[in-house]
Structures are given as C-alpha cells and as structure tokens.
Design a binder for this molecule. Structure first.
Ligand code: DGY
Length: 321
C-alpha cells in the first residue's frame, strides 16, 4: 500500500491536524462542515481507502455496504457506538478510535455539570440575563454543597476515574462506583465498590454516567432506576444520550424527585428532548465533553497515528474491531 492513501474526513478538524494529514495522504475535507448524508457516506465507501468520521456520522450497515474500497474507519473520538462494528468486521474493515487523549477534558466537563447543577448556575444566569434578578437575599437560588456528598460513578474506566479523582481531591466528595470489577485505582480515592447498580443509585447524592453507549447500556437509567435514586439527588451524563430514558428523567425532574440534572449528550443529537427544554432544573450543554483546543488537536493526531499505521501495514495503535 502506498502512503498516498485516499482519506475522507467527514467534518473540519483543527487546522494543525488537517495540515499534517494533507502532507501525508490524499485527503478530501468536507468544507461545508455539515454532516454528510447517509447516501454520501455510502458512496464514500467506494471512493476512499479510509474514512475518518465523528460521532455526528451514523456509519451503519447500509453505509458500510456502499462499497468495498474503505478498509479503515478511523474515528475522531473515543465512543464508537455510531459505527456498526459487526458490519465493518464482516467486510474486513478495521476500526480505530482516540482513547486517553480526551479523558481530562471530559472529566472536567462532568465536574462543570456537577457544579452547575448543584449551584443552579444555569438558572441564575437565565434569571440575570432576562432582567429578573432583584438582588442578593439569603434564600435566593439555594443549591447543594458537594463536600461529603456521595458521587456514584457508573462505569469506572479512564473518564469515570478522572471524574472521581477531581470530585474527591478537589471537592471532598465521597466516591462509590459501579463497574464490572473492582479497581486498584479506587483505593487511592477510598472509593466504595458497589457491584449492584441499584445499591449505587440508592446511596448516591450525585450519579455520574461513564459507560459506553450502544445496545448493552441503552436506557440503563430508566424510570425504575430513576425511582431508585435518592430523593433530592442529581444525575450527570457526559457519556451517551441513549443511556438515559429522557421522558422518565423529565418526569423525575418535574416531580422534584431529582433535584437536578446536567446533560451533555442526547439520543438523537442535535435534537434535545422537548420534555427537558422547559425545565429549569436541568443544565443542557451541546456535547462539549472534549471541546478544548488542546484535546481536539490531540484527538486528530491520534486518529492520524492510526491512519499512518494502517498505511504502513502496521498494527493500529487504537483498534476497536
Ligand atoms: C467521544 O470522543 O466519544 C466524544 O463524545 C466525541 O465523540
């Protein structure tokens, strides 16, 4: 294989990465920076050697069946539930992602949401900007302290652990976690391992989700799980929207069973469930988990490293299939 691989980059990437890619490969950029249609993605399967998509592209079985030329899908991002791995495997297409480089940024955003929800920052900003702030008073927009509160971390991989570290060392929170197995890293946080999700939900003041999206975790936090959460607790989601039943979440927020929520991800982005838009006690961010300059460049460089390895016929640094 030559190093002039034909690569389709489906969205604009940070300039430094686009330049580095362009020096090595025959790269086509999507100058519109709008999502390509399913038929454009399918057509690309016959025209390129490698596809470099993002979470905003649905690389399903129909897209993958669009042609036989693409042999690498180098995802720009760590989550890959938008790619049909079985269909890719059946056609001999390798898939890579960009793990590690967005851990800190995503954990920072989880803490942003915890703080915003706990301290009612969104509500306060909306009140002030709409001219409705009448001045300081002892009972105005009272939120919750974090110190000594229990943060229940669902999924204790890199991002879950980094979130727990910030919450514990930075804000004095107690940590409990739900995962498939006990973690060595948890010891330094004095964190309690709770292998039963219901135990974690019923003991936590804040629940932060850090599991991958996809079939195994679809609606993991459904009406029953929400009912199991403590009255007055908070739900934080920087993972994937499909992990939460948003109608049930809206009900739990409306009834006051949950004091608040902080969300960065939604099942059908960029649509945000109507049921949530009218509620004051939910912070809604537009999928900003990895959105800082350093991280977005590092993600691109990581995707580039996978494309380079593929071009050289070497093992991919970050294979997911
Ligand atoms: C990720 O990397 O999975 C982020 O959510 C952006 O796709």
């Amino acid at each position: 294989m030559t190093d002039r691989l034909r690569v389709l980059v489906t969205r604009r990437w940070p300039e430094a990465v686009e330049c580095a890619l362009g020096e090595r490969f025959d790269v086509v950029l999507n100058d519109t920076d709008q999502p390509l249609s399913q038929s454009e993605l399918a057509a690309a399967m016959a025209e390129f050697d490698a596809l470099a998509p993002t979470v905003s592209d649905r690389i399903d079985a129909d897209v993958i069946a669009g042609g036989d030329r693409v042999k690498l899908i180098a995802n720009y991002g760590v989550g890959f539930d938008h790619i049909d791995l079985a269909a890719a495997k059946a056609r001999g297409i390798a898939v890579s992602n960009t793990p590690g480089v967005l851990t800190d940024a995503t954990a920072d955003l989880a803490l942003t949401l915890i703080l915003m929800a706990a301290r009612r920052a969104g509500e306060g900003e909306r009140e002030l900007r709409s001219g409705n702030w009448t001045g300081w008073r002892p009972t105005h927009l009272i939120g919750s302290a974090l110190k000594d509160k229990v943060l229940g971390v669902v999924g204790f991989g890199r991002i879950g652990q980094a979130t727990a570290e910030r919450a514990h060392h930075g804000f004095g929170m107690k940590i409990a976690y739900f995962a498939r197995r006990e973690s060595e890293a948890a010891k330094a946080l004095d964190a309690e391992f709770l292998p039963d999700l219901n135990d974690l939900l019923s003991k936590s003041d804040f629940v932060s989700l850090h599991v991958p999206g996809g079939g195994d975790t679809a609606n993991l936090i459904d009406a029953q799980a929400l009912a199991t959460m403590k009255t007055g607790s908070y739900l934080i989601n920087t993972a994937r929207g499909g992990v939460v039943d948003h109608d049930a979440l809206a009900d739990a927020l409306r009834s006051g069973h949950l004091a608040g929520a902080g969300l960065d991800v939604y099942p059908q982005e960029p649509q945000v469930p109507d049921a949530l838009l009218g509620l004051e006690n939910v912070v809604l961010l537009p999928h900003l988990g990895s959105a800082n300059a350093e991280t977005r460049e590092a993600m691109g460089m990581r995707a580039l490293a996978n494309i380079e390895a593929f071009a050289a016929g070497a093992d991919l640094p970050d294979p997911v299939a």
